[in-house]
Ligand binder design. Structure first.
Ligand code: PLP
Length: 497
């Protein structure tokens, strides 16, 4: 039914064997059979799924009033004041919207209006949203579509693991910033003018990248000299995810402050709230165009009540402190795994924003993507984590070889230990336990014999295809004694190639 009614480009996690989640709490999701999954994906459900304080605040305000920003209301002011208290003083004018995409689209308008320039610089592999304007500035998307607009300019991702300047470079921050300087000069030579440099404070789709120190301040200097603005996309990384700071851009030091910040996902803990904050001067230029900015739902009393409740929970439950402690512990465990498993090329991250980059060859840094030969029977690790230990996690990066950790901020030390233990077991089985292979194919055989719905195999290709599908589906059973027993009964005396 879903395939018929819902656009097929709206993809599912684990599309070969999707999960139907019917309720959630904290860092846990529960499927229709009551099976519990540990959520390592959702940075949206920032303070924990269905947090009672958030639900209470939402229900109370919903019961009282939900108008729009054309009427006076206290909570939008209180909320803006609370957000302002987390930000440098110069960022004090807020626009409330409904999604990260809307926030970035508005940021683009603000930058163009203020600078009267058109061109935009973005990081390679960046994603800034799904609106037409943002697909245009998202190499991650436009590379798959019509291509790059002439006003969009792409600079290298400052990835010190596999990028053009690496950890062994004396000053990668300066070196990567200089690629922006060179690009600006090139744009000027061709007659273009820079309106904005857009970057996530920690590029996530790019593979959980930590920007080298000094990068953002230097880039801001070059962009300002060209008359442009620095837009920090904090849609994924804001609200204390990095633990030590409320905003990820603050990791770049006190001498750096963006001109515009966009925020979204964690703001409403699942409720659609997003925001743009900027300076008085930039807001003034936007106002001077004489056109009203009205957003039907943005900043409504319910959204603001929820946003305020999220801020309260972050403070009351010391979720930033938790991100520091649990994130450090998880990183430590993953570093230990790196010493043991050659497939782990890099572990990086800060707070509860962590990436584990998988490679088939450490020296060449060959990405271990889904089909990498070291991957047991071509079943991706993230699928095995779900099937065998009910851990849901996603992958990203240009080669889809980075396991991304950005769980709800109530993630615990025990959760981190479960994740590390599970990855260790999966990787150990993958590389060191040939017997697992043998069992694995036997399980596949058992599944085939049990699969009453499948038609007879009429060609080797059909058999191979079916094997691949069943292989993926059957991973969940790899630990179940039933299948081992079943195999022993069914396959006595048979040989498996
Ligand atoms: C960095 C970043 N910016 C913007 C967006 C767009 O946000 P939304 O999906 O809320 O429109 C996303 C969404 O994934 C994102 O990751």
């Amino acid at each position: 039914m879903r395939e018929k009614l819902i656009g097929r480009s709206c993809r599912l996690f684990y599309s070969d064997d999707p999960v139907k989640i019917v309720r959630a709490r904290g860092q846990y999701l529960f499927d229709e059979n009551g099976k519990r999954y540990l959520d390592c994906i959702s940075n949206v459900h920032h303070v924990g799924h269905c947090h009672p304080s958030i639900t209470k605040a939402a229900a109370a305000q919903m019961d009282l009033l939900n108008t729009n920003t054309r009427f006076l209301h206290d909570s939008i002011i209180t909320y803006a004041e609370r957000l302002a208290a987390t930000l440098p003083e110069k960022l004090g004018v807020f626009y409330f919207v409904n999604s990260g995409s809307e926030a970035n689209d508005l940021a683009l308008r603000l930058a163009r209006q203020y600078t009267q320039h058109e061109d935009v610089i973005v990081l390679d592999y960046a994603y800034h949203g799904h609106l037409t304007s943002l697909i245009d500035i998202s190499p991650y998307k436009f590379r798959k579509l019509a291509g790059q607009k002439e006003w969009v300019h792409v600079v290298p991702l400052p990835d010190t693991y596999r990028g053009m300047y690496r950890d062994n470079h004396p000053n990668p921050g300066q070196a990567y910033a200089d690629t922006v300087k060179d690009l600006i000069e090139d744009v000027h030579r061709k007659g273009g003018k820079i309106s904005a440099f857009f970057a996530e404070s920690l590029p996530s789709v790019g593979g959980q990248i930590i920007l080298p120190q000094g990068y953002s301040a230097k880039v801001a200097e070059y962009v300002h000299a060209a008359g442009g603005l620095f837009v920090a996309d904090e849609v994924q990384t804001g609200f204390g995810r990095v633990g030590s700071h409320f905003w990820a851009f603050q990791l770049q030091g006190e001498d750096f402050c963006p001109d515009i910040i966009t925020m979204g996902k964690p703001m409403g803990n699942g409720h659609p709230v997003a925001c743009v904050v900027t300076t008085v001067e930039i807001a003034k230029a936007f106002e001077d165009n004489g056109v009203e900015y009205f957003n039907t739902f943005g900043g409504n009393p319910v959204s603001c009540a929820i946003g305020l409740a999220v801020l309260d929970v972050i403070e009351k439950e010391d979720l930033r402190g938790n991100a520091v402690r649990v994130g450090a512990h998880l990183k430590d465990l993953l570093n230990k795994l790196q010493a043991k498993h050659r497939i782990i090329g890099a572990v990086r991250g800060v707070g509860l924003f962590i990436g584990l980059e998988l490679v088939t060859d450490r020296e060449k840094k060959t990405p271990a993507t889904e089909t990498a030969p070291c991957d047991l029977a071509q079943c991706p690790i993230y699928v095995r984590l779900k099937e065998e230990d009910q851990i849901v996690i996603s992958t990203d990066g240009p080669w889809d070889n980075v396991l991304k950790f950005k769980p709800p901020m109530c993630f615990t030390v025990e959760d981190a230990e479960l994740v590390a233990k599970s990855i260790d077991r999966v990787l150990t089985g993958q590389l060191n336990t040939p017997v697992l292979y043998s069992w694995y194919y036997r399980i596949v055989y058992v599944n085939i014999t049990q699969d009453k719905t499948s038609k007879p195999f009429n060609s080797t290709k059909h058999l191979t295809l079916t094997l691949q599908i069943i292989t993926k589906r059957s991973m969940c059973n790899i630990n179940k004694n039933f299948y081992f027993y079943q195999f022993a009964q069914d396959t006595r005396g048979m040989s498996f190639q």
